[in-house]
Design a protein around this ligand. Structure first.
Ligand code: ZN
Length: 488
């Protein structure tokens, strides 16, 4: 089912220059100072958190809303040992406000952070990141498609201002090694080029200190795409893609383990659909989550496709014993699989996470493309009408009064769980299970917000109205709209 057009090059070359406003100053602190900082900011590994670990000073950074509560300052302020940094930055010619918020992250080899921009409105013009313990490769991405890998050495400080602060996203791949980057002279243009070589270097434990200055009032930057200041807008493709990154992909990476413990069996209709598949069939589960829809049948080939690496790991563990089951990481909008090979496609509770109608249509197009002639798909989405489901808690009023301003300044209502839906496009909270850990002021208490487009009656049928698809059945089941369609 999988193919590549060509074997990847050993070396990948980047001509793009570093983002404007990004400065990485190597050896910003001495080895003795690093030792001193590590003494203050490192802590014992007694947490069972899967993801990176975190401590806060000044204000608690709230994961989920990615901001701070200005009305709830912490008693622990930024330790005075850090004061030397501001002075030194001024000596280097930087104009910065003294930060009042510090988040300390501990990354063990293999841990990373999804691509993000520090939210505009809660924080000021300068974000600083001091690295201790290990170097790491940071990926910088611009919404225009530019990509730049940046090496961030131990004992360096990274200063993010201007474009780098407001218009670029940065992240760290979750892996235990990094490729070695070389800077070479391009013989033709005599400009510098960056080369990702096939050599690798292991990562050690890295402690990062992120310093921010909190902001009062909305952001006044001129960078529209990633800005979160108010005002309602239509969701265009650029915004939809950022919304999915922030409120779907990043959320599922963070909640994967907990989410998986709440999903055990396929829904009866899904089970029935796969059980009726003849032996020898190729079954694609697009957006397979933790693999709960992969049945224990060894007479069919079941391919679980999932975008979240966290869920894919759960999926691989759950399906390891099933003969013929495979797990593939992919995005349903850009599935790099051969056309017209699948006998059966499942797309269960996935299409409602795409943030624009065009992208939801594109997902259905993918399903149609991958099916062979005569192949069948079962597609389910969350219904706006929950009256005939067990979802609604009795005696619970829907308030939905809380509104969150998210990417591109878009306002979305936050849903009150277990109540009837009032809106079609909304954020649904996921409360991460609490893990007792007094030392870490922790990420584990966080509420994450997942984007949903909940479907009206007939809306999914309309979406599946493609020239080569015929709808064979369409029904409502336990709060979901479901369609079974056949490819002509
Ligand atoms: Zn802004």
């Amino acid at each position: 089912m999988n193919y590549v057009d060509a074997v990847p090059n050993d070396e990948i070359i980047y001509r793009e220059h570093n983002p404007t406003g990004l400065h990485v100053i190597p050896d910003f602190i001495s080895a003795e100072e690093e030792h001193q900082f590590l003494h203050i900011f490192d802590w014992e590994d007694d947490s069972n958190l899967k993801n990176r670990q975190v401590k806060h000073y000044g204000y608690e950074f709230r994961y989920g809303s990615n901001d701070v509560d200005l009305n709830a300052p912490l008693s622990d302020k930024i330790p005075s040992v850090c004061d030397v940094l501001w002075k030194r930055l001024q000596e280097h010619g930087f104009d910065i406000e003294v930060p009042d918020q510090l988040t300390v992250n501990k990354y063990k080899p293999g841990q990373g952070i999804p691509s993000h921009v520090d939210r505009h409105s809660p924080f000021g013009d300068t974000i600083l990141s001091l690295s201790l313990g290990s170097s790491v490769l940071m990926d910088w991405k611009h919404h225009s498609g530019k990509y730049v890998p940046i090496v961030v050495p131990a004992r360096s400080i990274m200063v993010m201002q201007g474009d780098a602060r407001y218009d670029w996203q940065h992240g760290i791949q979750p892996r235990a090694w990094d490729p070695v980057i070389e800077v070479r002279k391009d013989t033709e243009t005599s400009s510098n080029i960056k080369v990702i070589t096939s050599d690798t270097r292991p990562r050690g434990t890295r402690i990062s200190l992120t310093f921010r200055k909190t902001r009062q009032g909305p952001c006044e930057c001129g960078y529209k795409v990633l800005c979160d200041r108010g005002g309602n807008k239509e969701i265009d493709d650029d915004m939809a893609s950022h919304l999915e990154e922030l409120h779907v992909h990043q959320v599922y990476e963070q909640i994967a383990g907990h989410f998986s413990t709440t999903r055990h069996k396929p829904w009866p209709k899904v089970q029935e659909f796969i059980m009726n598949t003849p032996p020898g069939s190729i079954v694609l589960d697009l957006g397979a989550g933790n693999g709960k829809n992969i049945l224990n049948r060894n007479d069919i080939i079941q391919i679980a496709c999932e975008r979240s690496t966290g869920l894919l790991a759960e999926c691989a563990a759950h399906t390891a014993a099933v003969r013929g089951a495979q797990c593939v990481r992919l995005d349903v909008l850009r599935a790099p699989l051969v056309d017209g090979r699948a006998d059966v496609a499942l797309c269960i509770a996935v299409v409602h996470h795409f943030c624009s109608e065009a992208r939801r249509k594109q997902a259905i197009n993918t399903i149609a493309r991958l099916l062979r002639s005569g192949g069948r798909a079962l597609i389910t989405v969350w219904a706006k009408d929950q009256k005939k489901s067990n979802y609604i808690a009795p005696n619970k009023e829907n308030s939905d009064t809380n509104v969150v301003t998210t990417v591109g300044g878009l306002n979305l209502p936050v849903h009150e769980n277990r109540t009837q839906f009032q809106h079609s496009d909304l954020l649904v909270p996921w409360k991460l299970r609490q893990i007792n850990d007094k030392k870490l002021s922790n990420e584990t208490n966080a509420t994450f917000l997942r984007y949903y487009h909940v479907f009206e009656k007939g809306e999914l049928d309309k979406l599946c109205d493609l020239p080569d698809l015929v709808i064979e059945d369409s029904f409502y089941e336990e709060g979901n709209w479901c369609v079974i369609c056949k490819k002509l």
